[in-house]
Design a protein around this ligand. Structure first.
Ligand SMILES: Nc1nc2c(ncn2[C@@H]2O[C@H](COP(=O)(O)OP(=O)(O)OP(=O)(O)O)[C@@H](O)[C@H]2O)c(=O)[nH]1
Ligand SMILES: [Mg+2]
Length: 199
């Protein structure tokens, strides 16, 4: 259980299947990489605490399944989220189109004031790049999102994504904190539980 000085922050990862959402979370939480990562079923939960600017933050991370058949479950996971990490694969143009659809969905149905991060993963595969960095960066800026290219494999910028979220959160107690619906004790602490509902 977090103590009173720890701020719980619900974060949801969204994006096409295979872009590396689970790998980013795994890298952040357990500092590991699995080249045979299986597609997520439903969603998976992990949590991790970190200190940012002297404040203790506990990220409650919902890693959603990118396969289309799970799309309708997503609102359960982004509901009440303080931040969304929208992931695409820099080697796959189609995954960037999917990301744009997620942004539209969040703008329509997501929590007001949600902090957005646009993340181009697999930057270790730069020689296979399909999505130019400049266009993605410009799009992120237009959406008011922070932009990163990451590699879960090479451990590039993964921690920075979460640090960037922490830095952009509204002050605690404000409307945007959205901490009220996070009751997740049973799964916290680096587990990789499948399924489950965040509400
Ligand atoms: N080269 C490289 N491969 C990666 C990277 N991140 C993930 N992968 C690989 O990409 C594949 C898919 O990764 P996942 O993390 O399972 O993808 P996902 O977005 O969680 O997929 P869904 O759960 O189906 O939505 C796996 O084979 C990973 O090993 C990366 O940064 N670089
Ligand atoms: Mg996954």
């Amino acid at each position: 259980m977090a103590d009173a000085s720890t701020r719980d922050v619900k974060v949801v990862l969204l994006g096409d299947t295979g872009v590396g959402k689970s790998s980013i979370v795994r890298r952040f939480v357990t500092e590991a990489f699995d080249r045979y990562s299986e597609p997520t079923i439903g969603a998976s939960f992990m949590s991790k605490a970190m200190q940012v600017d002297g404040q203790s933050i506990k990220f409650q991370i919902w890693d959603t399944a990118g396969q289309e058949k799970y799309h309708s479950l997503a609102p359960m996971y982004y509901r009440g989220a303080a931040a969304a990490i929208l992931v695409y694969d820099i080697t796959r143009n189609g995954s960037f189109d999917t990301l744009r659809n997620w942004v539209k969905e969040l703008q329509t149905n997501g929590p007001a004031g949600i902090v957005l991060s646009v993340v181009g993963n697999k930057c270790d595969l730069a020689e296979q790049r399909a999505v130019p960095i400049a266009g993605a960066q410009e799009y992120a800026q237009d959406m008011g999102a922070e932009f990163f290219e990451t590699s879960a494999k090479a451990d590039t910028n993964v921690r920075d994504v979460f640090q960037g979220i922490a830095a952009r959160l509204p002050p605690p107690g404000g409307d945007g904190g959205r901490e009220e619906d996070v009751e997740l004790g049973a799964r916290s602490g680096g587990g990789d539980g499948k399924g489950g509902c965040p509400c």
